[in-house]
Ligand binder design. Sequence first.
Ligand SMILES: [Zn+2]
Ligand SMILES: [Zn+2]
Length: 331
Amino acid sequence: MSSHSGLALSAVTIDPVVSEVPHAAPDRLPVPDTVMAGTIVWPYAITIGLVHALALLAALPWLFSWTGLIAAVLGVHVFGQGINLCYHRLLTHRSARVPRWLERSMVVVALCCLQDTPGKWVATHRFHHNHSDEMQDPHSPLVRFLWAHVGWLMVRNSATNSIDMYRRYARDVLEDPFYMALEKRPIWIWIWLAHAALFFMVGLAIGWTQSGPMAGVQFGLSLLVWGVMVRTVLVWHITWSVNSLTHLFGYSNYDTSDHSRNNWLVAILTVGEGWHNNHHHDPASASNHHRWWEFDVTYLQIRLLELVGLATHVVRPRHVRHAARAKPGST
Ligand SMILES: [Zn+2]
Ligand SMILES: [Zn+2]
């Protein structure tokens, strides 16, 4: 294990510039000209609408249980890390490597968040980094807040909804036959439905055993609504807030060429992804932790995986990489 812990990094002088910043990016942007007006992506629109509607059932007192609430809160973290840790840091930025069985397991967890396949997610996010807050950016809030948050998902964009683009931007991901299979068949729907059914069945079995069939149905539905529907909606909005909030509100450590910001609220909700200006400054780094208060729990989890031998090739922050390269005798 390397001697650089995430916390130790805060002791290193990195002299970031806190700036009010004249950014190169414009203040307003039009919708990308590759967006095909009037062409709704129905699978996304229906899924997002339907799961939001089902999550509203949580307002019914009959469907409340403390276990359901706890399943939702814990689930936001556990399933959310499928996106933050796996889709984003492992697959998109290759900030660390884990064994294939672990990576694929985390992809299955990420698929339970209904944020599409790893190939599409990775390609779109790499495209965002290449064109951040420029006209081609698929989800810049400089168009509109709601566009960046969710609107961009609802309409077809010829730049990002194309198999050629996925091949170009996520070739390495699609080399894995499992991830390619996910592109060819809608396996992700079945994975999501299966995990939803599992939540219901576990609740049904426990409730039935303890207090009879009606209690079983009530407890099963409670876990389904809170542990799956509410949690899926929460993870969506938390992920989407990285696209919307952290390109609008917060402070900058670095004068990047976009409007990326460090936003403490999003950083808490995403356990580290909200330090988005740090991330745009150094996308390859496994750590978004630059100043001492910028805790990055996701990085600590990657370090833990490294500690137990499950993660290798963990990419250190840029200044650490540069210092290591500059060392006499290093390659
Ligand atoms: Zn960004
Ligand atoms: Zn990124």
